[in-house]
Structure formats: C-alpha cells, structure tokens
Design a protein around this ligand. Structure first.
Ligand code: AHG
Length: 342
C-alpha cells in the first residue's frame, strides 16, 4: 500500500474514554441522578493513581513487605497498603460512597458525611505475592446499594448477595493496564494510554466463548483435593481429540490475570475447597462476587463447584471464603459434573 492511499483507522470507539463511556451510559438511563456515575468515576480515578504507583514501584522503593499481616493472616506488601489508602482517600471525597470494605481491613471504613447510598467492596491489590517478580496483579471492586434512611452502614450492610451488585470491575496491571467494567448490561474493557493519562475503550461488549481449551488451577494442591476434583483433573488432561482433550494448563497465581485470560479466551479457572482450605481460599464479597457478575454478564458462569451460583450465596461474614469455579459455561459444567454431588 502506498503512503498516498493510507488513511487513519476510523472507528466509532476511537477517543471514547472511560469517563465519557460512563457518562453516556448515565444519560441513557431514565431517572439517573449522576451519583452512581460520579462514584464510578471516583473508582476510576483511584485505579489511575494505583496504576501509576504500580508502574514505577521498582524505582520508588515501593516493593517488598511492610512486616505486618492483614486480617487474613497474610503478609502485607507496601503496595497493598498504598492501593488500599488510595481507594479510601479517593472514595471518601464527593460523598457518593458511604462505606468501603477491603481485603486489607478487618472492618469497613464508614464515611459519615456521605449522602450517596453506595458501598464499595474491594481487593485493592490482588496477587500480592507476584508484585516483586513483575507478574500481573490487579485491583477488584464491586458496588452495592445502601439505604441511608436505615442509618449509617455497618458490617451487616455489606452482607448482600452478589446478585445485589450494581457494578463490578477489575483492573489488570499486565503487559498493558486494562480496566474491565460491568453494570450488568454488557462487559467492556478500557486500555490505559500512559501518553494521554486515560483509559480508552478497547474491548467493546466482551463475550466469553461457551467453551475454551485451557484450565487454570493450582495443581500443587492435588493431594489436598476431593476425589471429584482429582477425577476432573485426570479427565481434562486425558487424550481424546474428539472432545478437544487434553486442555492446556495456564496458572498465574493472580486471580485477576487468570480470570482476565479466561474471560477473553474461554476455558475455566478454579480454586476449589481442599483439605487446607475447606471453605475455599478466595473471598466471596470482593473476589468471587465481582468476577461472578462480570462472567455472567459476558455469557459465562461462576459457581461454587457444587451447583450453587456464586451470585446466590448469602454472605455470613465480611471476609467469608468460598470455593470458586468460573469461566465458559460448558467448561464450568464439565467441572461440576465431577464435583456437584460430593
Ligand atoms: P493475594 O491477593 O493474597 O496474593 O491472593 C491471591 C489469590 C488469587 O489472586 C490467586 O488466584 C490465589 O490467591 C492464588 O493462590 P495459591 O498461591 O494458593 O495458588
């Protein structure tokens, strides 16, 4: 092609940044007051600040442990605390978020002067053990409603089913930084352009394939698995070209990275219950639920491996754990066909 015949690529998506996308969604929603839009923009601002810290962590003495352990008994990384503080300090402003619950905090932080009836749940920096070795990590968030007429939010206010989420998203700090968001109606991805300092729409209306060809699980836990999970694992590695078996194995150890790949390419990710973590390892409110909402909105599925949809589980405590299987519907169903009746 000669230079003379070249024309700049034109796309209706070009130049649509995250704020514009969110605002246009609000303009199409009857009766919207702008509070929810403003809250999403505040979350977006916090993730921009976290992106900037993550991207230069190795140069700014931000890597390594603080020496503390969090409410989960896990060692806390400096970036965990930085990401947590950035979310709190951003969301306490403008009054849209009335309380925030985080993996890093034993109890929610309540913002007493807020007038917006929204709660935010978050894992500020998922995959902490990968921070120091430059492997993808992420931020996970979900938004719930709270009726301020019933009084200020308490821990109890957060114990809502995933079905009650009004928005969920995550940011993956990978080879590029991508923010994926849903308000229940479609899932959209926005890629960070560092030269402009904005997230731009790059993945419009993400759909998870009904079946993939990879599985993602910590196979080091094999000896701790139930017979059903072991049987599934044997099956998925068996040779049967007609069923497209064996599947390939992919496991990063950051849920955001494993789930992001699964969302885009299909397949499945699982962290089942095992003898070390009988209730599962991942947290329902701020890890499993946001991803379950995203996968469902993208045509995928998330269950506890026992036939229960993650979004239908009523939390009994803030940091409750849950076994999790998510991904392509057919691949989740295959997993459950081995584990459902255990
Ligand atoms: P954390 O944020 O505390 O590092 O937890 C990471 C989570 C999740 O992101 C990942 O899928 C899982 O733990 C990995 O656990 P294993 O190391 O046990 O495989």
């Amino acid at each position: 092609m000669s230079y003379a015949s070249w024309a700049p690529p034109s796309s209706p998506q070009q130049g649509v940044n995250l704020e514009t996308f969110i605002l246009e969604g609000m303009l199409e929603t009857e009766g919207a007051t702008g509070t929810f839009t403003a809250l999403l923009n505040q979350i977006c601002l916090a993730t921009k600040l976290i992106t900037s810290r993550v991207r230069r962590a190795g140069l700014s003495d931000l890597l390594g442990y603080t020496g503390e352990t969090n409410v989960q008994g896990e060692q806390v990384q400096k970036l965990d605390i930085i990401a947590n503080d950035l979310l709190i300090n951003t969301l306490r402003r403008q009054g849209h978020c009335s309380a925030l619950a985080s993996e890093e905090l034993a109890e929610p932080v309540v913002f007493p002067h807020a007038s917006g009836g929204y709660l935010v749940v978050t894992d500020p920096l998922d995959g902490s053990s990968n921070i120091d070795v430059d492997i993808s990590i992420g931020t996970i968030f979900g938004v719930l409603r709270h009726d301020l007429k019933t009084g200020p939010p308490t821990t109890q206010s957060f114990l809502q089913k995933g079905r009650d989420l009004v928005a969920a998203g995550y940011v993956i700090y990978g080879s590029s930084t991508v923010l994926v968001l849903t308000t229940g109606n479609g899932v959209h991805g926005f890629t960070w352009d560092p030269s402009v300092g904005e997230f731009f729409l790059s993945h419009n209306n993400i759909r998870t394939p009904s079946r993939g060809n990879t599985y993602s699980i910590n196979e080091g836990n094999t000896s701790r698995w139930s017979p059903g999970v072991k049987a599934w694992n044997e099956y998925i590695k068996s040779v049967d070209p007609e069923k497209n078996l064996p599947y390939g194995a992919r496991y990063v150890g950051s849920m955001v990275a494993d789930a992001h790949r699964t969302l885009l390419r299909g397949g499945m990710f699982a962290y089942p219950a095992d003898t070390k973590s009988p209730g599962g390892k991942l947290r329902l409110l701020y890890e499993a639920n946001p991803f379950a909402m995203i996968f469902e909105a993208a045509g995928g599925k998330a269950t506890n491996g026992n036939g229960t949809n993650i979004l239908d589980i009523k939390p009994t405590e803030l940091h409750m754990r849950v076994p999790l299987v998510l991904g392509s519907t057919e691949d989740v169903d295959t997993f459950e066909s081995f584990t459902k009746n255990e």
